[in-house]
Design a protein around this ligand. Sequence first.
Ligand code: SAH
Length: 397
Amino acid sequence: MEYPALFLKRGEDARLRAGHLWVFSNEVDVERSPLTGFAPGDACAIVDHRGKAIGVGYVNPNSLIAARLVARGLEHALDTSLIVHRLNVALSLRERLYAQPYYRLVFGEADGLPGLTVDRFGDVLVAQATTAGMDRRKDEIRDALVKVIKPRQLWWKNDAGIRALEHLAEVVELGHGEPGGEVFAREGRLEFRIDPVGGQKTGWFYDQRENRDQLARLVAGKRVLDMFSYLGGWGIRAAAEGASDVVCVDASAAAVETIAANAERNGVGERVRALRADAFDHLRALREARERFDVVILDPPAFIKRKKDAAEGRLAYRRLNELGMQVLARDGLLVTCSCSHHLPRAALLDGVQQGARHLDRQVQMLIALQQAPDHPVHPAIAETEYLKGFICRVLPA
Ligand code: SAH
């Protein structure tokens, strides 16, 4: 065996055999393989209590998720050639899905590269490593990406808060190529300037692309309010589909400053306004001013980051949706989303319904929304399914 063994306790191999990729620290037989014997990111062979190998992975002795399985069996080494193979498989899906090279190229566990996210903006890649195992293999990942994609630039946007769980610092750096030049995200015929260094997450939210398609046929001639708009993905798309008037609202000054330029670039500058405000405050102000919109889009950041925040988070979703309904015209559309893994789909719809009853409105759920297929769900890893939403019609009772 090439890599040192990480032994599991009796029975703790079952979840891995069912398809999961994570080993929790309490599942490791630390008598046989002390976690202290591993450095963060070390490769290992994950072995059941009988001594039968499950596959190769990497360890982080400092994390609750002590190891992640990267390849079943022992044929593969955790090296550039394995990453190249995974990238080719990931790329072939995206090329089937999309006509242009703008998408999430790698979605971590679901693409067999646990702890790695890569978004593609034409010839610019923005990557995030969220585990020590991936962080230590940045050079191999770069080499593999250069081989498969030949990017002009590769940015490491390693500033996600979850890196702290792996004791990793937050660092944003160029991993390949020369700095400079503008970077754009594309969805269909629309183009959005993004900032791979200072933007949110990887710079763009491709996970909503197909959901924006769903809304497209419902917005012609409508007044649209895009809350938590970021760079205007929903709002500018709605304007391009014929919405008469769009207001985008976000708390980030940098995001709001980019919206006007993005609207201009797509020929809808006159119909899109962008405001910097707190969403809750702004919705209350609109309600007091008796402003009404035909379509209200609510696409907030995750209100529930940890399981223990679930109750409070549910309340926040309910309040937000109630506020959204209060600025809806009679017979309006509410587009409501949540990217909190810890908020079940049914709980989001419950929040909408409770808010509607409180306001004496009737809701018809028309279209269920989910993350785009370049963010595939791993059926054995519930955490890979995170985005849910609904397009609802809201009527007077
Ligand atoms: N709708 C966007 C993605 C939204 S991400 C898209 O489709 O691309 C969440 C956004 O909410 C971020 O841009 C963040 O700046 C903003 N945000 C976070 N808290 C906020 C608040 N309290 N009020 C308004 N915007 C907020």
